[in-house]
Design a protein around this ligand. Structure first.
Ligand code: BV8
Ligand code: ZN
Length: 254
């Protein structure tokens, strides 16, 4: 690790150690080292192979429910074989090293929970949960659904079943967004990990924190839409950077 990164990690560890409230926002990059494809990585990104913005929408589902269903079953299978990476584990451990930590994610996987983070604010829902697109009734996936060419049909109203994720053009869950917004307004340090900062209103959260006087730290393998408006940038894979930050915070306490 180069000299500059080491120095920034030391500075970030210092502000985390002094912080009363820490907020972390993760994006697809935080799950990349677990083998879950991100949306925008050119070589594997879902955007490059499908028009994710179209598939992740009511219009896309209406036009081709079978294609959208198959896309989600493909992504669900990727998530189910994935394991939390050292970055997920470091964030779970960091919660025990700072005064208070709120974890917000744009990701629809459960890797933070599986790494031991107890209360995760999922802005965009959960890929392993399902409900009827018409009446909202909860649905429990059956083995045969995973290989079906059309989505399952709701047992109450015959509507198509969909994953309980937030599609483009859909409102985020109000309680979750309100909690995330309030945490961003009240925190001293805001860590944004592995997100391109393109999708709103999630991408607004680090800006809200910054405007309320928080120090914003970005951890990413490359510059993002947010890089101009953060206080610290740590360039590198979150699965390596986050354990280094955790180690530095711990060394300051001992
Ligand atoms: C809304 C769930 C109010 C689904 C997702 C027209 C009509 C309506 C709304 C809009 C509109 N025009 C614009 C909007 C707003 C729209 C939006 O923001 N569009 C963008 C494209 C401009 N937002 C919405 O529609 C939201 N709802 O606004 O409602 C409303 C309602 C009606 C009418 C008007 C307004 C809903 C947005 C939620 C969409 N659902 N996910 C699913 O998963 O299938 S978004 C999905 O994409 C993810 O959840 C995530 O949020 C986003 C992907 O972004 P990232 O997580 O950042 O991932 P990405 O691949 O982009 O980047 C990865 C990053 O990681 C990169 O920077 C890379 O460098 C880095 N990285 C890679 N490896 C590593 C790494 N970093 C560290 N370590 C590594 N190893
Ligand atoms: Zn129904």
């Amino acid at each position: 690790m180069n000299e500059k990164t080491q120095r920034v990690i030391a500075e970030v560890a210092a502000i985390l150690s002094d912080a009363r409230r820490v907020v972390v926002l993760t994006g697809a990059g935080a799950s990349a080292e677990s083998g879950v494809a991100t949306f925008r990585d050119a070589q594997t990104g879902l955007w490059s192979r499908f028009d994710a913005q179209r598939l992740a929408s009511q219009a896309g589902f209406r036009d081709d429910p079978g294609l959208v269903w198959g896309w989600y079953m493909h992504r669900l299978a990727m998530v189910e074989v994935a394991e939390p990476n050292p970055g997920h584990h470091a964030l779970a451990a960091l919660a025990g090293e700072v005064a208070a930590l709120t974890l917000i994610t744009q990701n629809v996987d459960d890797l933070h929970e599986r790494a031991g983070s107890p209360h995760v604010l999922h802005l965009h829902g959960h890929i392993a949960r399902f409900h009827c697109n018409e009446c909202g009734a909860a649905y429990y996936l059956q083995p045969e659904d995973r290989v079906a060419s059309l989505p399952p049909v709701c047992h109450l109203c015959n509507g198509y079943v969909r994953p309980s994720v937030v599609w483009f053009g859909e409102m985020l869950p109000d309680r979750v967004l309100t909690a995330a917004w309030r945490a961003a307004e009240q925190c001293d340090v805001f860590l944004v990990v592995g997100t391109s900062g393109i999708v709103y209103p999630a991408a607004q959260l680090p800006i809200v924190a910054h405007n309320h006087g928080a120090q914003v730290v970005e951890i990413n393998t490359e510059p993002s839409m947010l890089s101009e408006s953060v206080d610290y940038v740590l360039l590198g894979p979150s699965g390596q950077i986050l354990p280094d930050v955790l180690a530095e915070v711990r060394s300051r306490r001992s």
